[in-house]
Design a protein around this ligand. Structure first.
Ligand SMILES: Cc1cc2nc3c(=O)[nH]c(=O)nc-3n(C[C@H](O)[C@H](O)[C@H](O)COP(=O)(O)OP(=O)(O)OC[C@H]3O[C@@H](n4cnc5c(N)ncnc54)[C@H](O)[C@@H]3O)c2cc1C
Length: 252
């Protein structure tokens, strides 16, 4: 249908689409409802990788023993998305394709070095998560493609997640960070640049024995936050450094 009857806007949980319709910013009026496609739902192991169907909801992520055991930072992120209603309806695939820099699962997928499996009538292709976003709210996905699943290789080390919003629930992130402290150090941050970013310089510094004080300074330079209605750039810079320090000190 995407190939022959397009353009069509795919609908998953509709929690983002509904907002854009309401605000009048979505011009599209022809939709493709994905919700009945059970093949795109659920969490399973594929070889050593964790495979998460694009239609898996936040509630399912929180309840999944595989996610809780292998990717606890994703279960933590899912617990902090919206409120219960959004968690029951919103999907991880919608979060990824919606491409908001404040999407709460995106730093987790960046830190986990996920691969996105895209499908179209022409076949499947696999895109590393860090090549998926082409810029602010744009992705490399074509109009005739769907996100089918997200594959996550085993993650070694401690996983940490922290979201800073105005309040505990129903808050859009001012800063959101996922980190892995293990054989490698991985730090991914959302809401502080046009897309989610990996803080590679900060990672290298901490991995080579640099101090957390130095890491704070490098991280504040590495991010590119803006002033907007939710926060100021200066606040985001400071809080990003504070969050890193807190996660780093709690890693032991
Ligand atoms: C009250 C409220 C609170 C919220 N709180 C948070 C929050 O705390 N954190 C957060 O990150 N987000 C939050 N959101 C945003 C939203 O709920 C999430 O981004 C959610 O994951 C979107 O998933 P969905 O299935 O509803 O996507 P949809 O709205 O159905 O789709 C979003 C976009 O992705 C496309 N799409 C969806 N699935 C696919 C697919 N498989 N293949 C191709 N394209 C696809 C759609 O065409 C659309 O462009 C909130 C939204 C609301 C209304």
């Amino acid at each position: 249908m995407l190939r022959d009857d397009g353009p069509l806007t795919p609908l998953a949980g509709c929690t983002d689409v509904y907002v854009t319709l309401n605000f009048g910013t979505l011009k599209a009026r022809r939709f493709l409802n994905l919700w009945p496609l059970d093949a795109l739902r659920g969490v399973r192991l594929r070889g050593k990788a964790l495979s998460i169907g694009a239609l898996t909801t936040y509630t399912e992520l929180q309840r999944s023993p595989l996610v809780r055991r292998r990717l606890p930072m994703l279960a933590a992120a899912a617990r902090e998305v919206g409120g219960v209603q959004i968690q029951n309806r919103g999907t991880i695939g919608g979060n990824v394709v919606n491409a908001s820099p404040a999407g709460d699962t995106l730093p987790v997928l960046a830190a986990a070095e996920a691969t996105l499996v895209l499908g179209s009538a022409a076949g499947k292709r696999r895109v590393p998560f860090d090549s998926f976003y082409a810029g602010y709210r744009t992705t490399v996905m074509r109009k005739d493609e769907l996100l089918l699943s997200i594959e996550i290789p085993p993650v070694e080390g401690l996983q940490r997640f922290r979201k800073v919003g105005t309040r505990a629930a129903q808050a859009i992130s001012k800063v959101v960070m996922a980190a892995v402290f293990g054989p490698s150090v991985r730090i991914a941050v959302g809401s502080v640049a046009p897309t989610v970013i990996r803080a590679r310089k900060t990672e290298r510094l901490l991995a080579s024995g640099g101090s957390i004080g130095e890491a704070r300074r490098v991280l504040m330079e590495e991010i590119a936050p803006i002033d907007d209605l939710r926060s100021t750039a200066a606040y985001r810079r400071r809080v990003t450094a504070n969050v890193l320090e807190r996660l780093w000190r709690r890693k032991g």
